[in-house]
Design a protein. Structure first.
Length: 283
């Protein structure tokens, strides 16, 4: 869809900036990942694994699968296998299940032999969850080599070169993934529903700049979700909210200024400024 802006143009970040940031967070460890060996008979799937990116930008996965399990065909250290990797990310909303985005990529999976895995875990900066799973009994560590990522979200499909995500991973100013996810959960859990409704009113009236990610008829869902607003996502590029009206459902992206501080404290302060009051857990 063509990006629609409410409230006039500014120096705010674009929906493409949001897509790149969101895809990076998902590959860096946010969301739930699965591997599908699409070239093998039956397309065996491994849907219980940790994933993340090393400091140098390698996409790593780790799992614990016993040799006698149905998934053993996917575990062959030292060889490369064609796979599709899928990652789904839900919103931080505790009240309702909302799919924020999904990421899909084709690549080659290589499980590292024990000696090489030990070297990587010792000398590379590997995400803690990936390291913990890889070092557990029957744990295995693998690397997935991909060239591009296809992100599906409210805007549609966005193709992003993997190299762009590696460049973002190298940005030392970027807040830690865990900190960003914590801020999102704090905002969604502690934000007053009246404040969120007021923000959506301000967006609809053009008082706050926002991009319209999607607009569609309100169908399905439970009655308690009607005429409600929900936090879809929070990160250093902006705040994404959904207004589930009686007749139409809108998803808005409220971009932050390009000059905004992108470390975690600055992120929380930027979200707070949208509502004129503190949100999130008390320090």
């Amino acid at each position: 869809m063509v990006e629609q802006t409410i409230g006039g143009q500014s120096q705010g970040l674009s929906t493409h900036d949001r897509a790149v940031s969101l895809a990076h967070r998902m590959l860096a460890g946010a969301g739930r990942a699965a591997l599908v060996a699409y070239a093998l008979e039956g397309q065996p799937t491994l849907d219980s694994l940790a994933h993340g990116m090393t400091a140098s930008g390698d996409l790593m996965v780790a799992t614990t699968v016993f040799s006698g399990s149905d998934d053993a065909v996917l575990l062959n250290p030292g060889t490369r296998m064609d796979v599709r990797m899928d990652i789904t990310k839900l919103s931080p909303e505790p009240r309702v299940k909302i799919l924020t985005a999904s990421a899909h990529m084709l690549g080659q999976l290589e499980w590292l032999d024990p000696e090489r895995a030990t070297d990587v875990l010792e000398y590379e900066e590997v995400p803690e969850m990936v390291k913990a799973v890889a070092q557990s009994p029957f744990g295995m560590l693998g690397i997935v080599r991909v060239s591009r990522v296809l992100l599906h979200d409210g805007v549609g499909a966005t193709a992003i070169p993997f190299a762009h995500l590696v460049e973002r991973h190298d940005d030392v100013a970027l807040a830690g993934l865990g900190d960003i996810e914590t801020v999102g959960l704090d905002v969604a859990s502690n934000l007053d529903s009246v404040d969120l409704a007021s923000l959506c009113d301000a967006i609809s009236n053009g008082w706050v700049e926002a991009r319209v990610l999607s607009e569609k008829p309100s169908v399905g869902g439970c009655s308690h979700t009607k005429n409600r607003e929900f936090v879809v996502d929070v990160d250093v590029t902006g705040l994404t909210v959904m207004r589930n009206g009686a007749e139409r459902t809108h998803v808005f992206f409220v971009p932050f200024d390009r000059e905004s501080v992108v470390e975690c404290g600055g992120l929380l302060a930027r979200v707070e400024s949208l509502f004129g009051a503190r949100v999130g857990a008390a320090e």
